[in-house]
Design a protein around this ligand. Structure first.
Ligand code: PBG
Length: 326
């Protein structure tokens, strides 16, 4: 049906009808806030490469968590910042490691008021910055999985709600699942980064946890953005291995992938709005070229519209404030 019978603007003439027609929703409770945790006390230190984001010591993390809950942000994703490093990341497989300590404290204080997701990778804990154990200069798949499984069980024992492996090793979802089950943690979901591209959008993040590589790159495990179908096999494998939801990262620039996963699989999707996107918006708004919150809102809506159920975003606090105001 064409003009003049059809006039699409009829549904746009007043705010109430526009609201009535809108079918994509974004709530504060859809947002997952990534937080960087460091050793020490009373630390809230701005991250140079990620302005507006901080490294928190555990005491300050507890204060921050209270604020998040009051804003109706109900999920956090924890990253460890550690000076204790070794060849394999084995050093993180201990209750004395920063994230298990943080999880324990948060859960003691807030229990189920906040959902605690732990990023599971070795890259914050290896001296070379790679995601696992190096053999002949490459991240060895199976020995890396062993460390991940150990770290996963420690995180579960510390009380984490969800484990999010971000390493991209083949078969890690299955092995972590088996190890969790064997230790009595069959109730803990695994949300792997199933689709994770080797992306330059991660640049600012690497300054935050200091996992920049002395040598090499992550292209033998992260995916090539020039490949249009590999994601299908990654998602299929993780579903077969027993994952509970999938993380797609980056989300922006990969909305096509989110949308296709949504169409083809019945699994919840979490989009990760990564550090490079956050930083681009921040810089452009500092130059008064765009409005930070408005542009971020538009990006987050695009991720939801593409099919994501929830979004990991560094802008969670500002966005929740705006959403709560309406
Ligand atoms: C590491 C990890 C990375 C990010 C999340 N987990 C970096 C990487 O793979 O190099 C990037 C997140 C961001 O850029 O916001 N396992």
């Amino acid at each position: 049906m064409n003009y003049p019978n059809s006039r699409l603007r009829r549904l746009r003439y007043n705010p109430n009808i526009r609201n009535l027609m809108e079918d994509v929703d974004l709530k504060a409770s859809d947002l997952i806030y990534p937080i960087f945790i460091c050793e020490g006390e009373n630390i809230k230190e701005e991250i140079e490469s990620l302005s507006g984001q901080y490294r928190y010591s555990i005491d300050n993390l507890l204060i921050l968590t209270k604020e998040l809950i009051s804003l109706n942000i109900k999920s956090i994703l924890l990253f460890g910042v550690s000076n204790n490093k070794d060849d394999s990341g084995n050093i993180a497989c201990s209750h004395k490691s920063i994230i298990p300590k943080a999880v324990k404290k948060i859960k003691e204080k807030y229990n189920n008021e906040i959902l605690v997701i732990a990023d599971l990778c070795n890259c914050s804990y290896t001296s070379h910055g790679h995601c696992g154990t190096l053999i002949d200069g490459d991240v060895d798949n199976d020995s890396t999985i062993e460390t991940l499984c150990k770290q996963g069980v420690i995180l579960a024992e510390s009380g984490v709600d969800i484990i999010a492996p971000s390493d991209m090793m083949d078969g890690r979802t299955l092995e972590i699942r088996k190890e969790l089950d064997k230790n009595g943690f069959h109730k803990i979901p695994i949300f792997p980064y199933s689709v994770k591209y080797a992306s330059s959008f991660y640049g600012p993040f690497r300054g935050a946890v200091s996992n920049s590589l002395d040598e090499g790159n992550r292209k033998t495990h992260q995916m090539s953005f020039k490949n249009s179908s590999e994601y299908l096999r990654e998602i299929e494998q993780d579903i077969n291995e027993g994952c509970d939801a999938v993380i797609i990262k980056p989300a922006l620039s990969y909305l096509d992938i989110i949308s296709k996963v949504k169409d083809r699989f019945s699994i919840p999707i979490i989009g990760y709005c990564v550090s490079g996107v956050y930083s681009m918006v921040k810089s452009a708004s500092r130059e008064n070229l765009i409005d930070e919150v408005d542009v971020t809102m538009e990006i987050l809506f695009s991720i939801k519209r593409a099919g994501a159920t929830a979004i990991i975003t560094y802008s969670a606090i500002e966005i929740a404030k705006k959403l709560n105001k309406k």
